[in-house]
Structure formats: C-alpha cells, structure tokens
Design a binder for this molecule. Structure first.
Ligand SMILES: Cc1cc2nc3c(=O)[nH]c(=O)nc-3n(C[C@H](O)[C@H](O)[C@H](O)COP(=O)(O)O)c2cc1C
Length: 198
C-alpha cells in the first residue's frame, strides 16, 4: 500500500519539513571599498547547456547590492575540504558592517572579471551579470553569463579515467537543506533509456 501523503501548510516554512539535495557554492563580489566579499549559496544552478548560471539571493544581502553595482560575480564550487571556509563566508557582519571572517579565507584572483575565488574550490566561474529577476517575495534570481571557467586538474573528467574513480578520489560537497551536508563519493551510471537523447 502506498504511504500516506501529508499535505503541508503553505503559510508555514514547509521547506524545513523535509530534506532536499542542493549544491553549495560561494559567490564572490567586489565591495564599494574595493575589497572582495564571499558568501555561500545553495539555491544555485546552471541555466541550460551553455554559459549561464543563476542563484537566489535577497536584495538585503551585500552580494546582491555588489552585483547590481559591479555587474559581475565569481562562483567557486568548494570541495569537501573547504566546508568550514564556506561556512565562515556566512559569518555575520560586525557593528562596522564588516564580515571579519573573510580575512581568514584564502582566495586567488579571477582572470577576466574583477573578483576572487575561494582557494581550493574545484570549479570556478567568472560571470558578468545577465539579468536579475526580482519578485519572489523577498528573494530574487541573479543570473550571469559565464565568461571563463577553470577546473582543477584532478577534478577534470578524462577519457581514460573512470568517472566512478574520479568521484571516489574527489568527493563532491552537497548541501542537504536544511542544515546538513554530504560528501558524495559513491556514484553509479545513470540508467538512461535505450535511444535516449536530450
Ligand atoms: C549553507 C548556507 C547556504 C546559504 N544559501 C543561501 C542562498 O541560497 N541564498 C541566499 O540568499 N543566502 C544563502 N545563505 C546566506 C548568505 O549567504 C549569508 O547570510 C551571507 O553571509 C550574506 O552575505 P552578504 O550580505 O555578504 O551577501 C546561505 C548560508 C549558508 C550558511
């Protein structure tokens, strides 16, 4: 017999009632004072098969305000080794509106846009602002056109390297919303239907 379905109250924070798997990225932006800001986001995804990327952010965050002004941002995909650094990027700001934890985060510069990446991240994107879609209550979708992409050598898929081995050696970091994370090392070939094409 099928399990009973519980219908949840839309007026309550129902996303907290069960887990969903999400990526975990760090968005880099340039501040008014010329320094660089980093902030983690899990509501993030590629937009299609070519060079577009988007994530959800509230206009109250400095990340949003910086992107409106600078019209560019970076995206770092941390590996499991950068979990704590990723969390530090979400530390609160002090009385002078400074996120002091950022001083502890090692970074390296982007090549095309004015920005930085989180050191150690396995996949790095340099984006120029494509479009901001406001209006999801207090949230907005920020989209970028990817101008450059960099992958660390050990994370690069190669013809003579088994994909399963690649992921065993370089586990992926997933955010299990709300409030948990996973290291994904074990993986399986997807059972595509014979003749499937996208
Ligand atoms: C694991 C994790 C995931 C997060 N995901 C998002 C997200 O998807 N969208 C968002 O707007 N904020 C998200 N946040 C919160 C902000 O990134 C965080 O509050 C950040 O410090 C805002 O900084 P800013 O004002 O410098 O932009 C997340 C925080 C954590 C710890």
């Amino acid at each position: 017999m099928a399990e009973k379905l519980i219908t949840l109250d839309l007026n309550r924070p129902w996303w907290e009632r069960c887990f969903c798997v999400a990526p975990l990225i760090v968005v880099g932006t340039k501040e008014v004072n010329g320094k660089y800001n980093l902030a983690p986001k899990h509501m993030a995804m590629r937009l299609g098969w070519s060079n577009y990327f988007g994530f959800v952010c509230t206009p109250h965050h400095r990340t949003y305000q910086n992107i409106v002004r600078e019209r560019a941002f970076t995206v770092s995909f941390p590996s499991t080794d950068e979990l704590i650094l990723t969390s530090l990027a979400a530390a609160p700001r002090d009385d002078t509106d400074t996120k002091t934890s950022l001083a502890a985060l090692p970074t390296h510069p982007a090549t095309i846009i004015d920005g930085v990446f989180l050191q150690g991240a396995y996949l790095n994107l340099e984006c120029k602002l494509q479009q901001i879609i406001d209006g999801f209550d207090e949230n907005s979708l920020i989209t970028g056109k990817i101008l450059a992409v960099h992958v660390i050598e050990s994370a690069l898929r190669l013809e003579d390297l088994d994909d399963r081995d690649l992921l065993l050696q370089n586990p992926l970091l997933a955010y299990l919303s709300p409030g948990r994370y996973a290291k994904i090392a074990e993986s399986y070939s997807f059972p595509f239907h014979q003749g499937f094409h996208r």
